[in-house]
Design a binder for this molecule. Structure first.
Ligand code: GLV
Length: 325
């Protein structure tokens, strides 16, 4: 009988599919993720691991689980929490959940962009603090949206879905992304041009060694004065100290972050003091249907791996399968 460890309770939509083929599931039932030690202890001897982006899975963890491990399936599209090269070296396919969270994440980017531009969170706090005394021609003025330029850094599925939405808001869209074909009236430009021309900059690249702190002091200095920055990718893409300086000095108008580094963000992080910085707790894919679909895809990947079949969504498929062909 195959042993499977699932690092948190995920939607039943996915779990029930796994149970049909593999009734013996071990599911971590803590509200917090298992620590590294707890994960290794519970997963030791497992044939399949279904994990979340809160679990750091490196080569040592894989070795501690054991050489029988046949598949690592993450209920996430991003896999920066997994050492994919280490998995490939051990012949382990790594599954992810692309596509099903594209719309939800693009919606979140748009919600954040509009909220930052029109100071929605600040205005809500202002009103609830009893500070609203009258309508005023100069009260809480925000940034214009229609007719402005949106620059998308990373034109993959989510970047393109943002460009699609931007058409309905009369935005001019430019993007920077090596090798991505134009779509939805968005035009490719180099990064400097994007930063110089964009009123809104949306970050949509995966976190890799190349994109770590891509948004640093230099990047922020090149942004158009008064621009708005939105990050729905990964916290590690952004140097938060540099962002604090750019927001504090009003070099840029505002930022809206769905992701931070670390997560959760410590309560003494200076960004939390700023009215012009919206921060939400990594909710890009947080809708019921989206999470159900992510659980389903993660389950399908897990089952395929356990059966020795090709994972429907595999991030290291070329190295794992194609060279065996
Ligand atoms: C969310 O951030 C994901 O990678 O699925």
């Amino acid at each position: 009988m195959k042993k499977i460890f699932i690092t948190r309770a995920i939607p039943e939509f996915g779990l029930s599919l796994v149970r049909e083929s593999f009734p013996r599931l071990d599911i971590w039932d803590g509200e917090l993720p298992p620590s590294r030690e707890e994960l290794v202890q519970r997963a030791r001897g497992a044939d399949g691991l279904l994990c979340l982006l809160t679990d750091k899975i490196d080569g040592d963890v894989m070795d501690a689980i054991g050489s029988q491990l046949k598949v690592i399936s993450s209920m996430s599209v991003g896999v920066d929490h997994i050492d994919v090269a280490a998995a490939t070296a051990r012949g382990i396919p790594v599954g992810n959940t692309p596509g099903v969270l594209t719309d939800a994440t693009a919606d979140q980017a748009f919600a954040l962009m509009l909220s930052a531009a029109r100071r929605i969170v600040e205005a809500d706090r202002f009103l609830k603090a009893g500070k609203w005394v009258t309508w005023s021609p100069s009260l809480l003025l925000g940034a214009d949206f229609a007719g402005s330029t949106l620059g998308i850094v990373g034109f993959g599925r989510i970047g393109q879905a943002i460009a699609k939405r931007a058409q309905g808001f009369d935005l001019r869209v430019i993007y920077h992304s090596p090798n991505a074909q134009p779509a939805y009236n968005a035009h490719p430009v180099d990064l400097d041009t994007l930063l110089r021309e964009s009123d809104f900059v949306s970050i949509n690249v995966p976190l890799t060694a190349q994109t770590k702190h891509l948004v640093n002091a230099k990047f922020l200095a090149k942004m158009k004065p008064g621009a708005v920055l939105v990050n729905t990718a990964r916290g590690g893409v952004l140097d938060q100290k540099a962002l604090y300086a750019a927001l504090k000095s009003n070099k840029i108008f505002a930022a809206a972050l769905d992701v931070t580094d670390p997560e959760p963000l410590p309560l003494d992080c200076p960004l939390l003091e700023l009215e012009n910085c919206i921060i939400v707790p990594h909710l890009g894919s947080a809708s019921k249907k989206t999470r159900e679909m992510m659980a389903l895809l993660a389950a399908q990947n897990l089952i395929a791996g356990l059966k020795g079949e090709r994972l429907p969504n595999c991030v290291n498929s070329q190295a794992i399968y194609d060279e065996k062909l």
